[in-house]
Ligand binder design. Structure first.
Ligand code: ARG
Length: 233
């Protein structure tokens, strides 16, 4: 009879770009980090199996809107533009766009990038908010040029070797990349403060379920415990 047939568990597939420590990064054969653990906890709570699909950052929203994956989670900032193509969960973390320079750089604050006659070569990860802001505020304003990289770490590498003047990137990966490279520092002034959230295809029935589970995991301290494990350890 049907009694012994347990229904096959459905799988939640998370699209990410695992070049963004401590939110998602490669460790051994796997992908770990704050987003990976929160998403796995959500899937567990909702009774789904869980998989991560690694891709370029600017492929995540297309993968979500085409239904190839269940959702995107990648330290992704909620922006008005993105809200035109996807729905977002509630926010689970704050990100700050910061500027990495070489020690001794003549860029000493965010304002220096926008000073009259400024003409710096700015590195960003393609498709990130750092890219979007710099494209508008710096390249678009004729105040400098933008170098776009597939990985934030590649932009930082390029800065370390003197090919570019600074990198605009989120604060937590910035700290890790600066720690891994000698002679770099993060400027004290912040470029922008942002909310990270999970994105879904518009109208997806998953949004409410996942958001409910996320809020329970925030309320019971699980999310903070995961964040503390990676950030305040
Ligand atoms: N917060 C920034 C954004 O939404 C950068 C996110 C990059 N994430 C990643 N996994 N590479 O654009």
């Amino acid at each position: 009879g049907d009694d012994n047939e347990s229904p096959q568990k459905e799988t939640l597939i998370m699209a990410t770009n695992a070049e963004f420590p401590p939110y998602e990064f490669h460790e051994g054969q796997g992908i770990v980090g704050i987003d990976a653990e929160i998403a796995a906890a959500i899937a567990g709570k909702l009774g789904y199996d869980f998989e991560i699909e690694d891709m370029a950052f600017d492929s995540i929203i297309p993968a979500v809107t085409s239904g190839k994956v269940s959702f995107g989670m990648a330290g992704m900032t909620v922006t008005p533009d993105r809200l035109e193509s996807v729905d977002f969960s509630d926010s689970y973390a704050t990100g700050v766009q910061v500027i990495i320079v070489k020690e001794g750089s003549q860029i000493t604050s965010v304002d220096d990038l926008f000073a009259d006659g400024a003409n710096y070569n700015v590195g960003v990860q393609t498709g990130t908010t750092g890219d979007i802001y710099a494209s508008d505020d710096i390249e678009g304003a004729g105040l400098g040029t933008i170098e776009r990289y597939n990985k934030g770490a590649d932009a930082v590498q390029s800065l370390a070797t003197g090919k570019i003047d600074c990198v605009i990137i989120d604060n937590e990966p910035a700290k890790e990349f600066v720690a891994a490279n000698e002679g770099l520092k993060i400027l004290d002034t912040e470029y922008a403060v942002e909310d990270y959230a999970i994105c879904f295809a518009k109208g997806s029935e998953l949004t409410e379920k996942v958001n409910g589970a996320l809020n329970e995991l925030i309320a019971d301290g699980t999310v903070q415990a995961i964040i503390d494990k990676y950030i305040n350890a």
